[in-house]
Design a protein around this ligand. Structure first.
Ligand code: NAD
Ligand code: ZN
Length: 358
């Protein structure tokens, strides 16, 4: 049975980013500087001018063209090592899932020996991480609330995070003003991650009452948002920030199902990003999640967002083999969705057919 941990503190509300300075001022542990990880989108943005950045602080702009890789995480850590900036009073991450996960991984690595790839798995992190503050600027992945930080190791094709209580943020600042500038399609794809986490979890066998309650509430909010006229109204951006947080708590207490493993296959083979990959994978889930798929299409139609089609409709046999291998490797969620005999259902031919349908 899980002994669940959630984020320790959060501030929610428009303009709440202005509390960052007072939160940092209360820090007494660590040396007197902060390490910032900021989504590259905000380079030169007005928002940075209002952050309490001092000249002792370190700032890294996180690129989002590629999702985090173990090597990139190690390099960022090495960069801090060279500058002897390994004991900050706080790490602050401002951005989407890529940036939030980067901050989590570095906070762990600064206090634990070895490299990022040594901690891909469950409960491998042994020492308390650097104190960290997460400030999401796009809603949906739940990375702000979860106990993992997703990274790919291209050497062995493993896409897995450091699942650990130490990975959870100590403090969140949830400011819905920050998500105003997200492009509409991206807003939908990332927002749908919440919906998909929750429907996958509710359709699985590793259920528990608290995880279910988080999921139900997050799904209800997603319905209100994505079936309304404008998913990006002030009210809906606020709601999606809440849904994302609840969805992250839900998934911390359970597992995903079929969509995520298929999306991970797309990500390993075609470098498809997580959230758009999930939406693409969902289009082929008529056999497993028929009602949810119908609702998913209603939401996409209502918001006038298109989902790319045909990504793997006719690729070589070799590519199908790679897709199969990088999907079927995700035993925990597939077991959650289909039971421990999932490989009898998801034969190579079946998996190929599903990819062809996307
Ligand atoms: P992202 O970090 O991939 O960013 C998506 C795009 O949105 C980027 O181009 C970014 O620059 C842009 N963006 C972000 N905020 C913006 C803003 N306010 N205005 C304009 N543009 C903005 O976003 P994501 O979809 O939140 O994250 C995906 C990542 O999260 C993947 O790496 C995935 O593996 C990871 N993930 C982590 C967890 C977890 O529990 N840790 C869960 C699901 C997904
Ligand atoms: Zn996800």
């Amino acid at each position: 049975m899980n002994n669940s941990k959630n984020v320790l503190r959060y501030i929610f509300g428009k303009g709440s980013i202005s509390n960052l300075k007072s939160i940092l001022d209360t820090r007494t542990e660590g040396d007197n500087y902060v390490v910032y990880f900021i989504d590259e989108y905000f380079k030169g943005n007005q928002i940075l001018e209002n952050l309490p950045i001092t000249n002792k602080d370190e700032i890294f702009f996180v690129q989002t063209k590629d999702e985090p890789k173990t090597k990139g995480i190690n390099l960022l850590r090495d960069n801090l090592l060279v500058k002897n900036k390994i004991n900050p009073k706080a790490i602050v991450s401002l951005g989407g899932g890529c940036t939030l996960d980067t901050g989590k991984a570095i906070a762990n690595l600064l206090k634990n020996p070895g490299n990022a790839e040594d901690y891909q798995g469950w409960d491998l992190v042994k020492n308390q991480a650097v104190y960290k503050i997460g400030i999401p600027t796009i809603s949906g992945t739940g990375a702000e609330a979860s106990r993992t930080c997703v990274m790919t190791n291209p050497e062995n094709g493993l896409k897995l995070g450091m699942n650990s209580d130490f990975t959870i943020y100590d403090q969140l600042i949830l400011d819905p003003d920050l998500t105003k500038s997200v492009p509409r399609d991206q807003y939908f794809y990332t927002g749908m991650d919440t919906y998909l986490h929750c429907i996958e979890s509710l359709n699985g066998s590793y259920r528990n009452a608290i995880g279910d309650a988080f999921s139900h509430q997050a799904i209800n909010l997603c319905r209100e948002i994505f079936l309304s006229k404008d998913m990006m109204s002030d009210e809906n951006r606020e709601k999606l920030m809440v849904a994302s947080y609840l969805g992250g708590c839900a998934i911390a207490n359970s597992y995903v199902g079929l969509v995520h493993p298929f999306s991970a296959g797309l990500s390993v083979v075609f470098d498809t990003h997580h959230c758009i990959g999930n939406c693409i994978a969902m289009t082929a889930m008529d056999e497993f999640y028929p009602n949810e798929l119908e609702e998913f299409w209603m939401m996409a139609k209502k918001q006038n967002v298109s989902i790319p089609r045909g990504i793997a409709s006719s690729v070589s046999e070799d590519i199908y083999k790679k897709l199969y291998a990088s999907t079927i490797i995700h035993e925990k969620p597939l077991n959650n969705a289909l039971g421990d005999r999932f490989k009898n259902i998801l034969t190579f031919e079946k998996v190929k057919e599903i990819f062809r349908k996307m």
